[in-house]
Every structure is written in C-alpha cells, then in structure tokens.
Design a protein around this ligand. Structure first.
Ligand code: GCU
Length: 421
C-alpha cells in the first residue's frame, strides 16, 4: 500500500512537472525586476571610462558568464591543423571562388575535425566575411553539387528530408533561403559556414563532440562550471577564426560572426569572448541569447534548462525560476561586444524568443557603447516592424516567424557595408 501511494505520488509529480510550464505572452504579466547596471561593478563601483570598463567590469562579467551561464572552456588545445580538401576558382556562376577546409583540433592525443565551406567573391575585392554555423550541413546552404556532405549526426527534420539522423543528397540546397550568398558576394562579402553538429551533436550526450577531448581519465561530463554545447559551439567559431587569420585570402579582413536562434546564442558568446570578431549578428537568438531573462517572457531559464539541459553550464540551473537572483542579464552579454558593431534582430511572430526583450537588451547595453563614443539604441520605444535602427548597435523587428529571411540579410549586408568598409 505504502509503495503504491509512493508510486502514485511519483507519477503525479512527473505529470505536473511536464504540465506546469505555460509561457507568458502577456506584457502586463512581466514581473517587476531590477536590471543590473552594466556600468556598476559587482562591488558597487561606478565605471566611468572605457579604460575601467576594460580593466574592471568587462573581465568580471566575462568571468560570471563563463562560470555560471555558458561554462568555462577547460583548457587550450594542444595543436590545430588545416587542410584544404577542395578548391575551385569558379563557383556560383563564376561570381565566387569556393574552398572546403578541414580544421583538425588535437587535445590529449584525441582529435576532432570540422569542415568549413567558404565562398569568396571572385570578380570584386573581398570586404569582409560572415562566419556562421548552419543547422543541417554545409550542403544545405546552396544547391552547389560539390559541397561535401557531413557524416556527423543530425537532428531529424522531415521538411528537408533528414531522417535516421543522417545527412544525404536529398537535403542539398534545402536551406538556401536562409543564406543570401549571391547578395553577400555582390557586396564583396564572403561566407564561411560550418555544420554545428561536427563540433558537438545537438543532443544530451557528453560522450561525443569536442567535450571528451578535454576530459581527465574517467571523466564522463564537464564539471558544473564548464562548458555545455553552446560554449563548445562558440569556442569552435574562434577555432574557425584561427584559420581565417592564416589563409592569405582572408587574413586581416573583418569577420562578422552570425547565428540564428541557438546558434545566435553561440555567436553572441563567441563575439563576447573573442575580440578578433569585428562584429556580431544575433538573429532571433531569444532566451540565453539577446533576450532579457528577468522578463520571463516566452521561453524562461527553467524551461530552456529543462528542454536542453546540455546547452549551458550546470551552474546555470541555479537560476531556474530564480531569475531575480541572477547578478547579470543578457544586455551585459551584448555590452561585452562593445565597442564593436552589433546587430540584434527579432521577428514579430517569434514571441517565444521575446522580441521586446531582445530590443530592450540592446537598449540597456547601449550605455557601454556610449562610453566608447559609439551610438547605441537611444530610445526604449521599440521601432515599428521593418524599420531598422542602424547605429553601432543596430536592431530590427521584421514581420513573420522565427527564421532567417532575405529581408534579414539585406539589413545585415547594408549594416556591414556601413561599418566595415
Ligand atoms: C527552441 C529553443 C530556443 C532556440 C530554438 C532554435 O525553440 O527553445 O531557445 O533558440 O529552439 O534554436 O531554433
């Protein structure tokens, strides 16, 4: 009898755990909250100059995001190597050159490789590059038949023909709407893209991907203050940057790191930690990305940690349903990118990612940009849809859903041409 009621209790508890989360989409139900001031240190010292931002505030914020949000990278790799797997001087109707480069990382005698696909303008000079992960393999970004199909595990996605967690010919070009490659090339911009699953498969498993390369003997998963998958994806963008710095065609060129959604979270963290990135674009990155966590609008800290327990550090779970105890918020992640250009974009129907929270985060990051004499977002009134604000901190909310569209890329290219040429 006792066992029976215990069993019923457990079933009931499990049932309520699943049923209890209801996302708030009502602005009037956003809780009152105190947003930490990016220009006041944890010890309550005011930051008045860019020099003291760099010396005092930036390092302590980086350190908090490292240990309590995305997790620390547990060390440095022992070696890296680059191999051009394939190169063609004429691609995309002779407007571009193509390269596919294998980057191999070695640590503790173990290796991990990923392949970066590059398109560079052929007929005009290279102004800069967009570097960003794709969700389903390099071969999905355009229908170019020469793009190598990754053998790495993939999330299934029937709409683009991915079943059995395997990428195939059937998916080629199926995500081209998310990559305005012709427009980039026309503007003198190259594209460097990597399939994120080659760095760490997007599943709750720490035995695969990059993490095991750093394990001590018998270690099975990262420590609580160490990196989850987003930390790993962000870090490997820097390893891609190591290559772009060495390639004689791309060295010294501005590299803008771009990402959509979970990969936008990774792009922001990469941009915050690695100042070699000249600019950062966050497309619909939402919770744990550009959106303010303390608003608890749409996806929340508890919800993201429950659905994706492997994305953030173990420590981040301390803030499940306790956002008020977070001594930081995501506007401070954005501020870590200052004074480099930052573009935050939202989509009106993407309420899960809290467009208003993404906008306010950009606004509240702006005092740090102003400390550097750069223009951020100066009003807390959200702009109308499809009316971008172009400053060093740029922002738009477009019509439509959670996605990357031609409209988004038109603005990013325009913004890049304003800031990096
Ligand atoms: C889920 C997740 C989001 C994430 C998104 C995506 O919706 O809850 O946090 O941004 O997937 O990556 O598409």
């Amino acid at each position: 009898m006792r066992y029976c009621s215990l069993f019923i209790c457990i079933i009931f508890a499990l049932g309520t755990m699943n049923a209890q989360f209801v996302a708030n989409y009502d602005e009037s139900k956003v809780p009152e909250f105190d947003l930490p001031d990016p220009l006041t240190t944890f010890a309550k010292k005011e930051v008045q100059t860019s020099a003291s931002w760099n010396k005092l505030r930036r390092p302590e914020l980086i350190s908090f995001f490292e240990t309590d949000v995305y997790g620390k990278v547990p060390g440095k790799i022992d070696a890296n190597s680059f191999k051009v797997l394939e190169e063609r001087n004429s691609a995309l109707g002779d407007r571009a050159k193509r390269k596919q480069v294998k980057v191999t990382l070695t640590k503790n005698g173990k290796t991990l490789s990923f392949t970066m696909l590059l398109y560079l303008p052929k007929q005009i000079a290279l102004n800069g590059l967009f570097l960003g992960y794709n969700f389903h393999g390099n071969h999905t970004v355009t229908d170019d038949p020469e793009i190598i199909i990754s053998k790495a595990w993939s999330l299934n996605n029937e709409s683009i023909g991915i079943t059995n967690n395997t990428l195939t010919e059937a998916n080629r070009g199926k995500r081209s709407s998310r990559w305005a490659i012709a427009k980039m090339i026309e503007a003198g911009y190259g594209l460097a893209t990597i399939y994120y699953g080659e760095i760490d498969p997007d599943k709750n498993d720490f035995t695969d991907g990059i993490h095991p390369l750093f394990y001590a003997e018998d270690q099975k998963r990262p420590a609580k203050d160490e990196w989850g998958s987003i930390g790993a994806w962000a870090w490997a963008l820097s390893r891609a940057m190591d290559y772009l710095e060495e390639d004689t065609e791309t060295t010294q060129k501005p590299v803008v790191v771009f990402g959509h959604s979970r990969l936008g979270k990774a792009a922001l963290w990469a941009g915050a930690t690695d100042t070699r990135f000249s600019g950062v674009i966050s497309n619909d990155s939402g919770c744990g990305g550009a959106a303010l966590s303390k608003r608890r609008f749409g996806e929340t800290v508890a919800r993201i940690n429950e659905s994706f327990p492997y994305w953030f550090s173990g420590n981040f779970k301390k803030f499940n349903n306790a956002e008020e105890h977070l001594p930081v918020d995501q506007h401070e992640l954005l501020a870590l990118i200052a004074p480099r250009p930052l573009y935050v974009a939202s989509a009106r129907e993407d309420e899960w990612a809290d467009p208003r929270g993404e906008f306010l985060s950009s606004y509240y990051a702006s005092p740090v940009y102003e400390l550097f004499g750069k223009k951020g977002i100066s009003s807390n009134q959200m702009p109308n849809v499809n009316s971008p604000i172009f400053n060093t901190v740029s922002y738009h909310v477009r019509t439509g859903k959670h996605d990357v569209t031609a409209y988004d890329w038109e603005q990013y290219i325009k913004w890049a041409l304003m800031h990096f040429n």
